[in-house]
Design a protein around this ligand. Structure first.
Ligand code: LR7
Ligand code: MN
Length: 478
């Protein structure tokens, strides 16, 4: 009797151990269940060995074609003793160590997985512009798109190489099926580069991505669905955080939207409490006054009709305000879709140079946005950023004509209907003192100083995650 009991316990223990192993093995398989992936056999503690491809087959489609990813990555590795942060402002060693793909956690709310989409969603052209991006982050961006999107929804991936030092980065990647490479003959900045990519796109829907992203499970369908239903919607995912130090993939809060202050400094902010209370379905879109700018889906016809981008903006910055004001004021809307998640490496500084200087470029771009779209409210922009006055910003005649042609609403309408939380500052000196005394990552009153710009707006979310807490409301001007 005792023997039988001992045997039963032994059998149960073995079964339990085997069950646990099976569960762990299942859990670490690539998340895309539709991929009959030969790559999944190569898994080793969350990493995939690099092999000469074809590595992955999705629905019979060889993702990598003749592209030799091992050679692509290994020919440009960090040299011994080199600072891994120097060239890209993130830890290149960690990124290279991850290789070309990895499994990431599905960070969506569990109710997202039961959402359904139209069977006839239209395909999209993905546009990725880059200037001297690291090979491993760029390749992971592309492969994550190919692995985690239904293949029929990806018409093509258009890389716009913004005059990077090594033209081979882009050229070699165009050996991957569906990937095309356009190279600028001189540095244009991300705004003109995106317009070039969008003009070359053959699909009716455009999807913009930064060059150091990893898209997550079923990221694309919710966005295409919303744009298909109403072509005037411009939609963004929740942007998860990829740590610039160890490349851990961290879920971002689902309660944030895009906001800004009068100096046209982007920030993530809590959804207003009334809206939060009214949300009983966590899969519902979140209306947002502005988008972060890098990751969004937009109908191509609508993008063109609304005037693409202001191509007199240079290098980086400000175009997200210009696009956001334009979309809202000229008959469209902006949303963040919580069931779409894309990871992005948030950095604390720009790893590349600005030919006209960082501060002057940001001022030129935001001044153009303020002058064209903010009407009499631009005075608050100048009050918050006094050094912008008198700085060159070129002619805005074309953009003013566009605004007239589109018969757009006023900035006052935008404030009343889209962003009532942005309070009008009181007209006294206390306003500027209050702001400068606040613990904000902003550059009020000091923006003629390059140093004030060395912390990028997008770093705020990153800092949020490393638990440096910026008290809510400190930067508000009520
Ligand atoms: O001269 C350049 N040419 C380029 O092609 C400079 C940059 N780029 C590329 C660059 O390689 C990258 O792919 O443009 C992209 C954005 O540049 P980043 O990644 O250095 O800057 P960022 O992450 O701070 O960019 C955010 O703000 C920008 C303002 O102009 C753009 O709107 C970016 O698209 C935007 N990124 C995101 O919204 C991702 C989420 C981060 C936040 C907030
Ligand atoms: Mn970026």
């Amino acid at each position: 009797m005792r023997r039988i009991r001992a045997n039963a316990i032994l059998i149960l223990t073995v079964a339990w151990i085997l069950g646990t192993f099976y569960y762990l093995w299942q859990d670490s398989r690539p998340s895309s269940s539709s991929s009959s992936s030969s790559g999944s056999q190569l898994k080793n503690h969350g990493r995939l060995e690099e092999r000469t491809l074809p590595l992955i087959v999705i629905d019979g489609y060889p993702v990598m074609g003749h592209f030799d990813q091992k050679a692509f990555l290994s020919s440009k590795q960090l040299k011994a003793g080199e600072d891994p942060y120097r060239e890209h402002a993130f830890n290149l060693q960690e990124s290279d160590r991850l290789g070309s793909e990895r499994t990431i956690r599905d960070t969506r709310h569990y109710r997202c997985s039961s959402m359904t989409f139209d069977p006839d969603l239209p395909p999209t052209s993905i546009i990725i512009t880059f200037h001297n991006e690291a090979r491993s982050t760029l390749l992971r961006t592309i492969k994550s798109v190919l692995m985690r999107s239904p293949p029929h929804l990806i018409q093509e991936i258009i890389l716009v190489d913004d005059f990077s030092s090594d033209p081979e980065d882009c050229r070699l990647l165009s050996q991957i099926p569906k990937v095309h490479c356009l190279r600028n003959e001189r540095r244009e900045g991300l705004i003109r580069s995106r317009v070039r990519g969008a003009s070359a796109a053959s699909a009716s829907i455009l999807t913009f991505l930064d060059s150091h992203c990893e898209v997550n499970t079923d990221w694309l369908q919710p966005m295409i669905q919303r744009v298909k239903e109403d072509h005037t919607r411009v939609v963004s995912p929740i942007i998860d955080v990829i740590s610039l130090d160890n490349f851990a993939y961290l879920a971002a809060s689902a309660d944030l939207r895009g906001g800004f202050d009068w100096s046209l400094h982007f920030k993530w902010e809590q959804i207003p409490i009334e809206q939060k209370m009214a949300r009983n379905d966590p899969t519902q879109p979140i209306r947002t006054p502005v988008i972060a700018g890098g990751i969004f889906v937009m109908d191509k016809g609508w993008f063109n009709r609304l005037g693409q981008y202001d191509t007199h903006m240079d290098i980086w910055g400000g175009e997200n305000f210009e696009l956001s004001f334009r979309v809202w004021m000229c008959g469209g809307s902006l949303e963040i879709l919580p069931c779409s998640r894309v990871g992005h490496v948030f950095r604390k500084r720009h790893p590349y140079d600005f030919p006209e200087g960082n501060a002057l470029t940001y001022i030129k771009n935001t001044r153009r946005a303020a002058e064209v779209w903010m009407d009499e409210y631009k005075q608050y922009y100048y009050a918050a950023r006094p050094s912008a006055q008198g700085k060159a910003f070129g002619s805005i005649a074309d953009r003013l004509a566009l605004r007239r042609k589109l018969n757009c609403n006023s900035f006052r309408w935008y404030l009343e209907n889209v962003y009532p939380e942005l309070k009008i500052p009181e007209q006294d000196a206390a306003y500027s003192l209050l702001k400068q005394g606040g613990l904000c990552l902003e550059s009020h009153g000091t923006d003629n100083n390059e140093f004030a710009f060395s912390i990028k707006p997008s770093a705020v979310l990153y800092l949020h995650y490393i638990h440096i807490y910026f008290p809510q409301g400190k930067c508000h001007h009520t």
